[in-house]
Ligand binder design. Structure first.
Ligand SMILES: Nc1ncnc2c1ncn2[C@@H]1O[C@H](COP(=O)(O)OP(=O)(O)OP(=O)(O)O)[C@@H](O)[C@H]1O
Ligand SMILES: [Mg+2]
Length: 461
C-alpha cells in the first residue's frame, strides 16, 4: 500500500511530537524546547562558552525540584555548544544515581576519558583506569590539573587532546556529599578553580537539594565558585499549562513549507484543548494539583498522541498512572517485622510529639507491644487450659538489620545538621542512637493496611 503524501506529513508531525515526549530527548541527543528558562540556559551557555573559548575554569550548581528541567536545560546548552564548537571540548557525565560513591564515579570518569581519547586520536595505549580506585583518581587528576601529563604521552609530544576543555556534568550531586572528605567534589572543584590557561575544566552540578551548599565540606565549599542557578516549579496553573503546551506543541519552522500550515493548525488545536474543557485539560489540572510532575504527564500523553487521529486531532486514550506517594508503595513491600518497626517508630513520634526517632526508642516500643500481645494471648490460652507460649523474642540484632533496611529504602531519612561546621552524618555516635525522620505516619500505615487486623491493633494508641 502506498501512503499518500498528506498522510506521510501527518505521521511526520506525530513522530515529531512523540520524540519530544520520549525520554531519549532528555538524554541529550536532541534539543527539547523549554518554556521560561531561556535566561538560565543562556547563563549556562555563556559560562561554558567562556571555558571553551578562554580556558576559564568554572563551577556552578543548578538546583531545582524533580522535573523542573535541570537535566534538559544543561543538555540543551551542551547541544548548542556542540553545534558552535564541534569537537572542541569533552563532556563527562556522571550521576549520583548510577555511580553512587566516589570510587565508582572516578572509575566512570576514567572510562569516559579513555573513550574520548580513543575516539579523538584512535590511541589504544592510553588508559586512565587503574586497578585501585586511588590510583585511578591520581591518574585522572594528574591529567586534569595539567601538572603532570601521562607517562608515554609527553614523550610523543602529542598531548593536544589532553588540552581540550573538559565539562563535567554531575547529576544528583548531593549524593557525593555523604562521604566524609568529599574527595571527588573537592578534586573537581579544585581543578575547576585553579584551571590554568592551558587547560580548562568546568563543573556543573545538578541537584534537587536546596541546601546543598551547606552540605559541602568547608574546603570543598571554598573551592566552589558560588554560582547557583535556581529553577522552580510553576506556581500558577496557567504557567503549568504553558509548559505542557511547550512540551506537546511543535515549532512550525522546523518543517518544510508544505507542512507549515498543518503544524500551525495542530498547535492551535492543542492550545484550544489546554484552554477549554477537554480530557487533556482535565489530566493537566489533575496533575498540577496532585504531583505537578511533567515526567508523569509525558508518559500519560504518549499513548494519547500515538493514537491520535491526526486529521481531526482527537486524542487517543489517557492512561491513569498510579501517582501515589513512593513511600506508600515501599510500605506495601515491607516484611512484617519491618512494618512493625515502622509502626513503633511512628507511635513514639506521635506519643511524644517528637520529630525524630532512633532505633533504641523504636525497639523499646516494639518489645513492649510484642510482650503485651504475648501476655494477652497467654492469659487467653490459660483460661482454655492450654500450654503457655514463650514470648516471641526477636533478637535486637535482627531488628537492627530491619532498621537498616528501612534506612536503605528511604523510609527513614537522616536529617542534615551541622556540628561545628561538620555535617552530623559524619559524626558517629553509634548506629542505634542516630536520629532519623520517618517519612510516613502511623495514620498512613493504618489507612493503607486497614484490612489487616494485626496492623490495626499495632497502630491503635
Ligand atoms: N519549563 C519547562 N517547559 C517545558 N517543558 C518542561 C519544562 N520543565 C520541564 N519540562 C519537561 O519536563 C521534562 C523533565 O525535565 P528534566 O528531566 O530535565 O527534569 P530534572 O529537573 O532534570 O528532573 P530530575 O530531578 O528528576 O532529574 C523535560 O524533558 C521537559 O519535557
Ligand atoms: Mg535530571
Amino acid at each position: 500500500m502506498t501512503v499518500s503524501e498528506p498522510e506521510q506529513n501527518l505521521e511526520l508531525l506525530r513522530r515529531r511530537v512523540l520524540a519530544n515526549l520520549s525520554n531519549r530527548t532528555s538524554s541529550g541527543l536532541a534539543k527539547v524546547r523549554l518554556h521560561n528558562v531561556e535566561m538560565e540556559q543562556v547563563q549556562i551557555y555563556k559560562m561554558l562558552e567562556n571555558t571553551i573559548k578562554f580556558n576559564e575554569g568554572k563551577s556552578c550548581l543548578v538546583i531545582g525540584p524533580r522535573g523542573s528541567g535541570k537535566t534538559t536545560m544543561v543538555n540543551n546548552a551542551l547541544l548548542d555548544l556542540q553545534e558552535r564548537f564541534p569537537n572542541m571540548f569533552y563532556v563527562i557525565r556522571i550521576s549520583g544515581f548510577y555511580q553512587s560513591d566516589d570510587k565508582s564515579a572516578i572509575k566512570e570518569i576514567a572510562r569516559q576519558l579513555d573513550w574520548h581519547l580513543l575516539r579523538h586520536s584512535g590511541n589504544w595505549n592510553v588508559s586512565f583506569e587503574r586497578f585501585s580506585a586511588n590510583e585511578t583518581m591520581n591518574s585522572v587528576m594528574s591529567v586534569l590539573d595539567g601538572s603532570q601529563l601521562m607517562e608515554g604521552k609527553d614523550q610523543n609530544g602529542d598531548n593536544d587532546e589532553m588540552q581540550m576543555p573538559i565539562i563535567f556534568v554531575i547529576d544528583e550531586l548531593d549524593r557525593y556529599t555523604n562521604d566524609a572528605k568529599q574527595t571527588l567534589l573537592y578534586n573537581l572543584f579544585d581543578v575547576a578553580q585553579s584551571s590554568s590557561n592551558s587547560h580548562a575544566v568546568a563543573v556543573i552540578g545538578l541537584t534537587t537539594v536546596t541546601g546543598v551548599r551547606e552540605q559541602l565540606e568547608k574546603r570543598v565549599k571554598s573551592r566552589f565558585s558560588q554560582r547557583v542557578i535556581q529553577l522552580t516549579k510553576p506556581r500558577q496553573l496557567a504557567e503549568f499549562c504553558d509548559n505542557v503546551y511547550c512540551m506537546i506543541s511543535v515549532d512550525p519552522d522546523d518543517f518544510d513549507p508544505l507542512m507549515f500550515d498543518l503544524a500551525q493548525k495542530y498547535n492551535a488545536h492543542m492550545k484550544m484543548l489546554l484552554g477549554g474543557p477537554s480530557e487533556l485539560r482535565k489530566l493537566v489540572v489533575h496533575n498540577f494539583y496532585t504531583v505537578k510532575d511533567l515526567n508523569i504527564l509525558k508518559s500519560q500523553l504518549t499513548p494519547y498522541i500515538a493514537k491520535m487521529d491526526m486529521t481531526t486531532f482527537s486524542g487517543g486514550p489517557i492512561i491513569n498512572v498510579n501517582t501515589n506517594n513512593r513511600s506508600f508503595q515501599i510500605l506495601q513491600s515491607l516484611s512484617e517485622l519491618e512494618l512493625k518497626l515502622v509502626i513503633c517508630a511512628g507511635r513514639q513520634l506521635l506519643k511524644n510529639s517528637m520529630d525524630q526517632v532512633n532505633f533504641n526508642i523504636a525497639y523499646e516500643e516494639f518489645e513492649k507491644i510484642s510482650s503485651s500481645q504475648t501476655n494477652t494471648l497467654n492469659s487467653q490460652l490459660q483460661t482454655m487450659g492450654r500450654v503457655k507460649l514463650d514470648s516471641a523474642h526477636h533478637s535486637r540484632d535482627l531488628m537492627l538489620a530491619c532498621w537498616e533496611r528501612l534506612i536503605y529504602y528511604g523510609l527513614l531519612v537522616e536529617p542534615i545538621r551541622q556540628i561545628n561546621g561538620i555535617n552530623s552524618s559524619f559524626y558517629t555516635g553509634g548506629e542505634s542512637n542516630k536520629m532519623f525522620h520517618l517519612d510516613v505516619t502511623v495514620e498512613d500505615v493504618a489507612r493503607l493496611f486497614r484490612h489487616k487486623d494485626w496492623v490495626t491493633k499495632w497502630c491503635r494508641i
